[in-house]
Write a protein that binds this ligand. Structure first.
Ligand code: S3P
Length: 174
């Protein structure tokens, strides 16, 4: 089974992905990491030198690459990847898409010192987070098979919720 975790920056996609992957004994992939490995550059550098559009092109390229040919993995995707309709379609075909829904306060708490997310640098970060979440919330919901609220929950409990809900989903599909 392929499980794909989507959601806003700071939702815990990679942390939860690690727990899910370990429990399923499946490898975990992360689109940001794959892009960094492929380009030899950090996400911030790619944004700085080539711009956001080029980064978004690389995200789609990653989805169309080796990942789609393999199965039984867990994938954590960058927060902006599901914004492209094409990417949402690709994700749905690849596996069960789980949206980790997070509230702005949790994001701010987790990312207040973060320097690695270009979209949150400088200016009023609270306003940026709130406005991006407002724009993206329904898009994430549309792109997902399952929605899980993550605020105040431990990664292990979120992973358990994913297993419970994917099991229900799978039996409905059968
Ligand atoms: C982004 C989220 C980041 C990274 C890039 C852009 C976004 O990934 O892909 O900084 O547009 O939300 P995480 O969601 O893993 O932080």
């Amino acid at each position: 089974m392929n499980i794909i975790l989507i959601g806003f920056m700071g939702a815990g996609k990679t942390t939860v992905g690690n727990v899910v992957a370990e429990r399923l004994n499946q490898p975990l992939f992360d689109t940001d990491q794959l892009i960094e490995q492929q380009t030899g550059m950090s996400i911030s550098k790619i944004f700085e030198i080539y711009g956001e559009n080029e980064f978004r092109r690389l995200e789609t390229e990653i989805l169309k690459g080796n990942l789609s040919a393999n199965k039984d993995w867990v994938l954590s995707v960058g927060g902006g990847l599901p914004l492209k309709e094409e990417n949402r379609g690709l994700l749905k075909k690849m596996g069960i898409v789980v949206y980790l829904r997070v509230q702005p306060d949790t994001v701010l708490q987790r990312l207040k010192e973060d320097k690695t997310r270009p979209l949150l640098q400088g200016g009023d970060v609270k306003q940026k987070v709130e406005s991006l979440l407002r724009q993206r919330g329904t898009i994430y919901e549309e792109g997902a098979d399952i929605v899980i609220d993550v605020d105040g929950k431990a990664p292990e409990n979120i992973a358990q919720e994913i297993f419970t809900k994917t099991y229900c989903l799978d039996s409905k599909r059968i």
